[in-house]
Ligand binder design. Structure first.
Ligand SMILES: [Zn+2]
Length: 324
């Protein structure tokens, strides 16, 4: 896969989606809304090389004299955010909670050191290289949001209204979704990881939870009445596709609660749910160790999330086990 395999397509009037050619960690969707006076990005690619490619493609779609003036970031994970440095004059907008979350996430350069410096003989080192080795953050400076909010934020991009809503802790502690009523479209961020029959996706990974908040968030996305949904990852969905994703989340929540009630530890619960094979088309099943672990933490009343290194070690260990 190279950057030129990424595709950008007009999904509604003056609205373009930039979709990675394959699934996997960090392969996130981005949006471009164009007007005669100004333009907006919704999320950015993961590293500067991918972000510059998106910028080049975006510029070809902009009227003369129009620049990417603003970037709405759906949450503080780097795969939606760390490319913002390629538009240094743009206003970066996110939730107050996402802004606070940034200091708990690894910085781009820390992540680069982790991926390239971890021992390749360990499950973690192998896993990080395999899934993140395509990205280069060696020269990526962290970007700080300029504008942040909790609740609702209304913007306009030329003649087009943009409604932005913050969400309770779900995928992360600071998610938002972007509703473009004129385009009947929502960019959901990572409360939706999509798959369709032609485009199988990956199991979601949810860091904050609980799953009931993720499900409520997806219901709110549907309640906008929109017809087109661009998930954080995976193919563009219609309303039926979003409802299908809610059924996945319901299943995961039900199984987690039943296994918790039966006294099954979280790691074992993830392994059992994977063995049930209810969604065989989804890849990266090892991520269930994080999502089910998150749900268990809420059931248990524990507030602290384990560190990213511990979580990724659990993911890598499980991936090795599944491969064997
Ligand atoms: Zn993501």
């Amino acid at each position: 896969m190279t950057i030129k395999d990424w595709t950008i397509g007009e999904i509604a009037k003056d609205l373009h989606a930039w979709l990675p050619p394959r699934r996997g960690w960090g392969m996130a969707n981005c949006g471009l809304l164009v007007s005669s006076r100004t333009a907006l990005w919704i999320d950015t690619p993961y590293d500067p090389a991918f972000a510059r490619a998106f910028l080049d493609r975006s510029r070809r779609l902009l009227p003369e004299g129009v620049a990417i003036d603003r970037v709405v970031v759906t949450h503080a994970n780097g795969d939606h955010f760390w490319g913002a440095g390629v538009v240094p004059d743009a206003e970066i907008i996110t939730t107050r909670e996402a802004r606070e979350q940034i200091c708990f996430e690894p910085s781009p350069q820390q992540q680069h050191a982790l991926v390239n410096g971890s021992d390749p003989e360990t499950p973690l080192g192998r896993y990080l290289r395999r899934h993140f080795g395509v990205f280069d953050w060696s020269g990526t400076e962290p970007v700080q949001p300029h504008t942040y909010f909790t609740g609702e934020l209304e913007l306009s991009v030329g003649e087009y209204p943009v409604h932005i809503s913050s969400l309770p802790p779900a995928h992360t502690a600071g998610d938002l979704f972007v509703h473009l009523p004129a385009q009947r479209t929502v960019f959901t961020g990572d409360v939706v990881f999509a798959s369709t029959s032609g485009h199988p996706g990956d199991h979601p990974v949810h860091w904050a939870g609980p799953l009931s908040n993720v499900i409520d968030s997806v219901e709110r996305v549907l309640a906008t009445g929109a017809e087109i949904f661009v998930p954080g990852h995976g193919p563009v969905l219609d309303r039926a596709g979003v409802r299908r994703h809610i059924r996945y989340l319901d299943y995961l929540r039900e199984r987690s609660h039943a296994l918790y009630a039966a006294g099954v530890p979280a790691g074992e619960a993830a392994r059992r749910v994977i063995a049930e094979g209810t969604f065989p088309e989804l890849e990266l099943p090892e991520r269930l160790v994080v999502t089910i672990g998150t749900e268990y933490r809420h059931l248990h009343g524990a507030a602290e999330r384990p560190g990213i290194l511990q979580l990724m070690t659990e993911v890598a260990t499980l991936a090795d086990e599944l491969e064997a």
